[in-house]
Design a protein around this ligand. Structure first.
Ligand SMILES: *Cc1c(COP(=O)(O)O)cnc(C)c1O
Length: 410
């Protein structure tokens, strides 16, 4: 995002004009930034056989999926419907991995029928999978290495109390089940959680995964999940991808020699690819001076962007309508009848009713977590690709609210 001729622009496109053309609230995604991030990851790990599986729960609009597919990405999915969205977007089933948690064996069977990679995260399902398929369908095993990482306990998944993965201490048991049913394990996976701050944590996890390979002789890939931390505000520490790649690449190559086979190295980034590419634009409805603060009330709320209330996440807020205005302190809140604060005590250029505000880092877990709470419509989505803007999801209308209802006889 830059200021050009006194206007906030993204890839050369004026954000206020997007809000004027498509209306607010609206999610705007910069496709150029998504592909830049994708290429950065690929280039960093170039010496290795790296495959990126985009974790599409972060942002699953079909146009975004197609864009990433066009550039060579695969897909990480967590529900059968995400698998189907990926297939519809044109992904080869071989490039999709299904990594669900606590789903039924029936859902896994459906994914097998669709031909995608299966990642199993508990022993009960592993046993059932073995009974059903023996060695006819390979699977990957999700290991929980019990590394505590992540900025918030709600988003870290590798700790001892986490429901994710099979504990690394249960590998003996896994090996028994695998042997009894002659299961072909083609991959090992770990995803320790979001917001890992340094390469050391990754390497620790990597060693645990390398160690675990001893029990599995048919491996084709190791999947290191995600956890790349992106910056939300100036001065934030972010994952240094190039440093990580340097450290991991060498160790990974040594490991492949020990294992006796060149394995593929998989990552499943969500936020890293799409967070910074997203901007959420909202209009100021009211300014409300109370005894304690000045509230800016906008035409959106936690129904559209729940992360600040759910994870205490920080999203920078910018007043697009007054780029050079005097800085003042505001608390920015939504219109939902709950406390839905986007940001306390934020410095914004002087705000007037009718101004357009922009939330940054809105590409990941923004629209996909939105709801119709308070009978509000979900917002529109717009893609900037090359130097064009396109509507990639229309704003909902009143019919959408009633579409699945059935009227009772009273
Ligand atoms: C959510 C998820 C990811 C992506 O996490 P980010 O923090 O968005 O990069 C990757 N792998 C799995 C299994 C996930 O559930």
């Amino acid at each position: 995002m830059e200021i050009v001729n006194g206007q906030y622009t993204v890839s050369g496109i004026n954000l206020s004009e997007i809000a004027n053309e498509f209306g607010a609230p609206v999610y705007v995604y910069d496709g150029n930034k998504i592909i830049e991030q994708y290429n950065r990851l690929i280039n960093a790990f170039k010496p290795l056989n790296i495959k990126v599986k985009y974790a599409c729960k972060a942002l699953n609009n079909s146009s975004i999926l197609k864009l990433l597919k066009q550039h060579g990405s695969g897909l990480d999915t967590v529900s059968i419907n995400e698998v189907k969205l990926g297939l519809l977007a044109g992904f080869d089933p071989k490039d999709i991995i299904f990594t669900p948690n606590c789903v039924s064996i029936e859902e896994i069977q459906e994914a097998v029928r669709l031909g995608v990679h299966i990642n199993i995260d508990n022993i009960s399902i592993l046993e059932q999978f073995g009974h059903l398929y023996g060695n006819t369908v390979p699977c990957c095993i999700r290991i929980n290495p019990h590394i505590l990482a992540g900025g918030n306990t709600k988003i870290s998944t590798g700790h001892i109390d986490s429901k994710f993965g099979i504990s690394v201490y249960q590998l003996r048991h896994v090996a028994r089940v695998v042997k009894s049913s002659n299961i072909r394990v083609n991959g090992l996976h770990m995803h320790t959680g979001s917001d890992i701050l340094d390469a050391g944590v990754f390497l620790q996890g990597a060693e645990i995964l390398f160690d675990a390979t001893k029990d599995f002789l048919d491996l084709e890939f190791l999947d290191f999940g995600s956890g790349f931390k992106v910056g939300y505000k100036e001065g934030d520490i972010t994952t240094d991808i190039e440093e990580l790649a340097g450290a991991l690449s060498q160790r990974f190559q040594e490991f492949c020699k020990e294992y006796g086979k060149d394995l593929e190295l998989w990552f499943e980034p969500g936020k890293f690819l799409v967070s910074e590419a997203g901007y959420f634009l909202v209009k100021v409805n009211v300014l409300k001076q109370t005894t304690a603060t000045v509230f800016v009330g906008v035409d959106s709320g936690m129904n559209h962007l729940i992360r600040p209330m759910l994870y205490d996440s920080y999203h920078s807020i910018i007043n697009l309508s007054n780029p050079e205005g005097k800085q003042r302190i505001y608390t920015v809140v939504g219109y939902i009848c709950e406390t839905d604060t986007f940001g306390w005590d934020r410095k914004l250029s002087e705000v007037h009713e009718g101004d357009m505000l922009c939330f940054k880092n809105a590409g990941a877990y923004g629209f996909t977590m939105s709801s119709n709470y308070n009978a509000r419509f979900k917002p529109a989505e717009v893609l900037i690709w090359k130097d064009k803007t396109q509507l990639i999801r229309r704003r909902e209308d009143f019919q959408d609210l009633l579409r699945s209802e059935i009227v009772a006889e009273l």
